[in-house]
Design a protein around this ligand. Sequence first.
Ligand code: GTQ
Ligand code: FE2
Length: 376
Amino acid sequence: MTDQALSPPVDAVEVSYEELCGALAAKNLSPLWKVNRELMPLEHRSSTLPWLWRWRSLLPMARRCGELITIDRGGDRRVLALANPGLQGRPYTSTTLWGAIQYLGPHESAPAHRHTPNAIRFVIEGEGVWTTVNGDACDMLPGDLILTPSWHWHDHNNSADRPMLWFDGLDLPLVGVLEAVFFELYPDETQPVVSRNLSELLYGKGIAPHEPRPGSVRDGSAGTARAPAGGLASPLLRYPYTTTDAQLEAMLAGTRSDVATVHFVNPANGRSALPTLGLSMVRLLAGAATAPVRRAGSSIVVVFRGSGYTVMNGTRFDWGEKDIFVVPSWVAAEHHALERSDLFVTSDRPVLEALGLYREEMLDEEQSVSARFVPL
Ligand code: GTQ
Ligand code: FE2
């Protein structure tokens, strides 16, 4: 085919290879052959580093923030992001997950807003606090998991004389890379409380209200007091530790195993409580350990109770109560409990599973690989 056959006609480019590379760059074209092995390396790589944040160094700084920083409009939240040192100063715990500590002082309210990223709160210490989610006030006690699903109004309120600290987990980096972050401020400081722990009353018992038209109860405005049962996110917004604890105890007693894991699921469909976040609690008895495994996708682990250590790619990370660590994608990890321990895990696994990207490998003692790919 001659140039004349092209429409519109173009000039032939007759330059050296070096000149061609310059001309390509000038026209915002990038040759794959120069970056191929970087983009698709033969060995898996993750920029997220295995890392651990110690509660004893975190807490005093969070307290000082409580003294120096207000949370009126503008600031909105008093939050310290767990910024992974492998991510060039970005405030993310892994490339997909936001993990942070939020501090709410006595008689403070964090103003109402909503955003497309999904969020969870896992309570570390304090009491007398609730998060209102689309009008339903969800009580927050240590070990409780509270959901604030995508585009649900939420504000946090501390009616007690003590400060409250919790862990925030969000899919913010993931939603960010998809350029799907949207955010709105609620017109008032806080939203009206329409109900208290209603989602738990309706959906927390394994039997749920009949839904003639799933999802029809909510139009996204505040004051509806209901999350949609037919939506992607769980209509149950509060998973109390009392239930988690009892379930783990029953599992350990019933199976005579020394490790038990519960997943926080949407009671309407059995899938993960949030479409983008995997949420679970692992209980290990003293001396128990999990088998080494590496998984595609990252996770953040909050040590709710206990002490022990986790070996990640051969490096030992010792942990105690309330420490938080991150397991990057495809990093071999095994947990060892020195005393009875509860590990709360937030991951991006539902995203990988939904897209057919999830894989895991169980590793034996010598870390030799026995591949186990998990089909959907
Ligand atoms: O509490 O609503 O850690 O909007 C990051 C963004 C917490 C919150 C975070 C948020 C919140
Ligand atoms: Fe928020």
